[in-house]
Design a protein around this ligand. Structure first.
Ligand SMILES: O=C(O)CCC(=O)C(=O)O
Ligand SMILES: [Fe+2]
Length: 297
């Protein structure tokens, strides 16, 4: 009998186990305080120019804006953090071929903001619930998050099949954390911003990732059109949508949309299949059966 070589238990395995068990995990010091401060310094003047939100979901004492990859050169390191990507791919891998960026959003919760309605971010999509995970959220603290200033509230164990429970879970937890730490939670986990009872602003950034075949919350192709995405490293461009999700989803003229990021397009291009191996095999088997039928005539 062949011996199985065991993969060592990695940091990602540790956090994945917590994420799956509780619906969330809090990873301390995922980036340095200096990295968090550099991002915050870029976002601060943009918050100052942004109006307060309207509508009771966002909340009128909050400010938000998106497209963060265009707002700060420091944002990409957060979006592409290797541990985060490994966790997200592990959590969403059973339901997709590749993941995609769902949104980046800078959020300020101002003094006097009431608690946000508890919600599950997956409910933006009308698919089956309780069996599929659609999304993973990463909340990065840019100022300290405290119970008083509106730290995100999570409901431990409210994820997965519990998303179908009629009752709201009894226990909630204000996730207190310093800048550079991140709260990672599933799209099925009940959560919301806490109320800000302090006299200081709570500032953070949400980066979320979704199954590669869904319509993302923030329209990534408009947030990062080809003239912008052309300057991204290829993996980042792929994450914001310049890649097909097999089979053939998100194509441009039947091709991978990354062709738009090149210098020049050929005049005429024919469509090219992008199939999963099992689909390619099914199609090839059908073709062979046609050839066999033709040959026997
Ligand atoms: O700001 C927060 O703590 C959470 C915000 C949130 O969950 C949302 O807007 O969907
Ligand atoms: Fe949310």
């Amino acid at each position: 009998m062949a011996t199985q070589i065991e993969r060592p238990f990695s940091a990602a395995d540790h956090w994945q186990a917590k994420l799956q068990m509780h619906g969330y995990c809090v990873v301390p010091d995922l980036v340095s305080p200096a990295q968090a401060a550099a991002l915050e310094a870029d976002l601060a003047p943009q918050f100052a120019m942004t109006d307060f939100c309207r509508g009771d979901f966002y909340g009128q004492h909050t400010k938000r804006f998106g497209r963060l990859l265009t707002r700060s050169k420091h944002a990409a390191a957060f979006v592409q953090h290797p541990l985060v990507l490994e966790l997200v791919e592990g959590a969403l891998g059973p339901w997709c071929d590749t993941i995609q960026l769902n949104l980046t959003q800078a959020i300020e919760i101002h003094p006097g903001a009431p608690q946000q309605v508890p919600h599950r971010d997956q409910d933006m999509w009308e698919g089956v619930k309780g069996e599929v995970e659609y999304l993973v959220n990463v909340m990065w603290a840019l100022t300290p998050y405290t119970q008083e200033n509106g730290a995100t509230l999570v409901y431990p164990g409210s994820h997965g099949a519990h998303a179908l429970d009629a009752e709201e879970p009894a226990n909630k937890l204000a996730v207190e954390m310093p800048p550079g730490s991140a709260l990672i939670f599933l799209g099925s986990t009940l959560h919301g911003a806490g109320g800000n009872r302090s006299d200081a602003i709570r500032r953070g950034m949400i980066v979320s990732y979704a199954l590669g075949w869904l319509k993302p919350y923030e329209n990534q192709w408009l947030a990062y059109p080809p003239e912008v995405a052309r300057h991204f490293p290829p993996e980042l461009a792929a994450l914001v949508g310049y890649r097909q999700h097999r089979p053939n989803l998100g194509n441009w003229e039947g091709l991978c949309p990354s062709v738009l990021l090149g210098e020049r397009l050929p005049d005429r291009i024919g469509a090219i299949d992008a199939l999963r191996p099992d689909q390619a095999e099914m199609v090839a088997a059908f073709r062979r059966s046609l050839d066999d039928t033709d040959g026997s005539r």
